[in-house]
Design a protein around this ligand. Sequence first.
Ligand code: TIU
Length: 226
Amino acid sequence: MTTLTVAARPYDYSFDPAHTAVVLIDMQRDFLEPGGFGALLGNDVAPLRRIVPACQRLLALARAHGMTVIHTQEAHDPLLADCPPAKKARGHLACGIGDPGPLGRVLVAGEPGAGFVPELTPEAGDIVIRKPGKGAFYATALDGILKNRGITHLLVGGVTTEVCVQTTLREANDRGYECLLVADCAASYFPQFHDAVVEMVVAQGGIVGWAAPLAALEQALVGPAA
Ligand code: TIU
């Protein structure tokens, strides 16, 4: 049993890498590239692209320390059988979920847009969870997979902070997982929403979890920079 401590908010976060998973939420072309679902919703994708190098470092740390790596992917089956009509209708998009767009059919599994950005392609041994909703626990095998591995702690990053990241954090917290939001490995199209989520997570004594920058996690795992 190894207990490492991260200088986090609202107070130190302790974890054992053997019982910890890095969960990287939805780092897909549909959210990070022009022409994808996020851009079709009217968003500028630049703030999301900026976290890619930090996410690469987070994955490298996880792999170097034997942690489970989980990538989630928001995508629907080609028949949209797992897409609630209410989700497809939301936003009244001319080109919405399931429609042919610049990156293939929007948010459909197997299409270019649903794929991960090339810098964060899953490696052998990583687990990929396809999810139909915003939370990664809803209608997926994630909870069972984590329990099968004895995972109790989650280090969470990805996009977008206030939609799929926050929903997943709350789902995980209610299931008893100890969650650290790696703040600079998450991003929103709206920087003020990102900042607000970080504050919401750590408020009230860490009612939903902890937050820390990647550097604090690096320091816990590899010691202070020389
Ligand atoms: N639109 C938006 O901010 N997010 C999503 O639709 N999905 C995720 O957050 N992954």
